[in-house]
Design a protein around this ligand. Sequence first.
Ligand SMILES: NC(=O)c1ccc[n+]([C@@H]2O[C@H](COP(=O)([O-])OP(=O)(O)OC[C@H]3O[C@@H](n4cnc5c(N)ncnc54)[C@H](OP(=O)(O)O)[C@@H]3O)[C@@H](O)[C@H]2O)c1
Length: 374
Amino acid sequence: MSAENALTPGFATLDGTRRFATRFKELAGAGHFRERQGLAISSVGIGTYLGEPDPATDMAYREAIVAAVWGGVNFIDSAINYRMQRSERSVGAALRSLSTAGFARDGVVVCTKAGFLTPDGDMPGDPNAYFYDEFISKGVFSVDDIAAGCHCIAPRYIEDQIERSRRNLGLSCIDVFYLHNPETQLSEVSRDVLNRRLAAAFEVLESAVAAGKIRAYGVATWNAFRNDPRAQDYLSLEAVCGLARQAGGGEHHFRFVQLPFNIAMPEALIRPNQTVGGKTVSMIQAARDLGISLVASASLLQTHLVGKVSPSIHTVLGLRNDIECALQFVRSAPGISTALVGMKRVDHVKANLRLAGIPPVSQEQFRRIFTGSQ
Ligand SMILES: NC(=O)c1ccc[n+]([C@@H]2O[C@H](COP(=O)([O-])OP(=O)(O)OC[C@H]3O[C@@H](n4cnc5c(N)ncnc54)[C@H](OP(=O)(O)O)[C@@H]3O)[C@@H](O)[C@H]2O)c1
């Protein structure tokens, strides 16, 4: 069998994800699934960032992802650099086992990212020699394409990373492919240079959509869309969408943005740092205006929120503990499609899935978090 034939065909579809949702009638009844970009997606997604690059963590993620999907999560987030490709491979292993158990490919949305220089499985003895032999000597990128010593979105590198991710995940088509923290480059290159690089990368991503290797693309960010417009690493969503239009025309496939959003980092909702059509708006409003779906990362601020959720938030959300409040805050926020939570422990998956059976709070109730009224 050729390497291409070994990949699972298909991709997430509206019918497939709706079928997934109907397996979980009680959760669906409680508002756990929402339709975004032609997909029915769960209000909680599983992330795969943290953890050691070792076999025990590989196995833990695999089991956690399987448990999450069995429990009603159909949004899986990874990146090629997470645990040096091992998280993508854990996702691939989980998907194979879920497929054997009867979960169809078209019911689960699989997302990954590229942009950081990434070793293969563990840290090479001489990283510079590894990246030279693997990429520079083969003309995939040049030294000048590397920013901040670790980041690259050169066209041939993105093509290379799509192929590696498809193999790691065991999928012929990736549902959402993000450029990972592109604002990292602004510490070293000008905005004009980054815009040219983004436009070239978006052309590659549009070609990958046309070739059936990815379904949609976006950018996953940390500071870019939360910061003040004067910050060096700020990005304008309208400008980034303009680059996508340049690459793919009016029907471009730039559809998702990932950014941190949690009780301690609510900027996407409350900071008017974007401009759309000359009007100053929040990131959540800008995304709505431009037809982009927002995915929240670090929903629990990597558990640093524990012990810091105010009594007034507890009063409004009325849940058992800080973790539940933190997650309920994110999955209830207007304009947030799904709340990603990193989970490599099955007991964390089970604990977080308790919330999937509880409706997100109403918009009116959500507003009370900010107004302080009862
Ligand atoms: N720039 C970017 O693109 C970017 C940046 C950050 C994150 N992300 C994505 O967003 C995902 C979520 O962010 P994150 O993983 O950084 O942080 P997070 O989701 O805020 O927190 C993950 C941590 O919370 C723990 N946890 C989960 N459920 C818990 C529970 N019920 N009780 C106690 N602890 C619990 C996890 O433990 P266990 O793992 O041991 O279960 C893990 O240590 C990432 O995995 C990644 O996919 C993207």
